[in-house]
Design a protein around this ligand. Sequence first.
Ligand code: DC
Length: 226
Amino acid sequence: MKKPKIIITIDGYASTGKSTQAKNIAKKLDYTYIDSGAMYRAVTLYAIRKNILNESRINTLINSLVDINIEFKKNKNVQKIYLNGEQVENEIRMSIVNSNVSKLSTIPEVRNFLLTKQRDYGKNKGLVMDGRDIGTVVFPNAECKFFFNAKQEVRAKRRHLEQRRKGNLETYHKVFENIIERDRIDTNRPFNPLKKSPDAIEIDVSDLTENEVFNKLWGHITKKIN
Ligand code: DC
């Protein structure tokens, strides 16, 4: 008998490895994977390019949302994000985007704009989506929800290493500061803040390897799909 498809959400703090795990789970289940953070990053990149990111141009930004087209497409089996037809996977990870994305994500109109798109991906189930409010707001009825946490130092080290590998020479201190600032904004925004859904399984990944985290997730997921 064919197994029923479900929606799996992974929320949590920045640099806890949500995307890596979500991608691996989606691959194993042959599900769609959506990185909702990449969508906020793409809107931030658009706003930076149009120079409409500052407070005084917020209405222009809101009115421009209709001109933003975000898509995910697979290139040689690797999923990339496209902003108005341009592949922007590297641009959305730049430090100028890191420093501005949390602030932009506090704007309710931006959140509602992306919410509709995010829900569309779940219409046929068979979806793994990671972010900050996926289990609480985007898919409150998802069958399987996770919430990742880890010590700030562990997350900063992880992000710093990742940035170095990409040739970005930001200091550890700057990366650490950015993570603390993003946590502060993400958890304190009035509209759909980062928080654990009461029915989400919380995992502290500080002392776990990638495989250990995967095995934990897989243990819970198989209970839901079998
Ligand atoms: O997952 P990430 O670090 O790429 O996300 C970038 C930012 O996007 C994050 O600091 C807050 C915002 N975000 C959000 O507000 N809601 C989501 N569901 C996903 C990301």
